[in-house]
Ligand binder design. Structure first.
Ligand code: GLP
Length: 259
């Protein structure tokens, strides 16, 4: 637990820096890092960029895999996760662009795209450390569920209710509350928010050797308490970390208010 989002970002950045440096990565044995989007990891990205600029960290032998991407949003759209990642992180560090992997939400065959992504992760030896954030409903990546008050609506409209803990990279229809939460990035107009995304599955995250999750802000307090004080379940997918042997959740004081 740290005081505020900026202290959380500094902590995680120093942690990742040490992990990468201790790993002694080489081109033959790269460090494979999973990465999220969202506002929560921004302080971490800022702190990592600073470490690179100070010469304390290099991404030359790091391969990255992002968690998710919207379906159908042009890659160069200001809110695509491609654009986000280059704007907030990749353009400011020394990673060769060929070592960046982000799902293509405009692929002709989306199922093949998801399967190839899983295969590519496997081919480089699996993810060493997966950094994640969560939505206020406790979802990791885009492994979403719908809030209880929407269930009547959902039952009538065949939207998915949760995310299997065994899920792999796949197409996911976004829950209404996730679309609502992300409308802030689309001029507060929910009609502009993509309805579907490609996302790594819960099992993809659990497969990585280490998982580090950033949870900051009062609006994440309920999700944090559900995920760590209640049982493992497919609705609050952060709870799946209870099954992981090496998981770290770094939170600010506000996020702990439901504990
Ligand atoms: C989206 C992303 C998640 C992210 C979440 C929370 O749903 N797919 O990976 O964790 O937003 O974003 P924020 O950190 O802005 O609250």
């Amino acid at each position: 637990v740290r005081d505020d989002p900026s202290a959380v970002g500094d902590y995680i950045a120093n942690y990742i820096c040490k992990r990468i440096n201790d790993y002694n990565a080489t081109p033959e044995r790269p460090f494979v890092l999973g990465l999220p989007t969202g506002s929560s990891p921004i302080p971490t990205y800022k702190a990592l960029i600073k470490l690179v600029k100070e010469g304390k960290l290099s991404f030359k032998n790091v391969i990255t895999f992002n968690m998710d991407e919207y379906v159908g949003l042009p890659q160069d759209h200001s809110e695509s996760y491609h654009t986000f990642m280059f704007r907030e992180f990749f353009s400011h560090i020394d990673i060769p662009p060929a070592q960046v992997n982000i799902l293509n939400g405009n692929a002709e065959d989306l199922i093949a795209e998801c399967n190839q992504y899983e295969a590519k992760i496997k081919a480089v030896g699996g993810i060493e450390l997966f950094l994640g954030g969560i939505g206020s409903d406790g979802h990791i990546a885009f492994n979403v569920h719908c809030l209880f008050f929407l269930r009547v609506f959902v039952a009538l409209t065949v939207f998915p209710l949760g995310s299997s803990l065994a899920s792999r990279t796949r197409i996911k229809t976004l829950a209404y509350d996730t679309i609502l939460a992300n409308a802030r990035f689309f001029e507060n107009d929910i009609s502009k928010v993509p309805r579907m995304a490609l996302t790594v599955g819960v099992a993809t995250v659990l497969d990585s050797r280490e998982v580090v999750v950033v949870v900051t802000g009062l609006n994440k307090a309920l999700a944090l308490s559900k995920a760590i004080e209640e049982g493992v379940n497919h609705l609050w997918t952060l709870s799946a970390l209870q099954l992981h042997p090496w998981a770290l959740i770094v939170v600010d004081e506000d996020a702990t208010s439901g504990l």
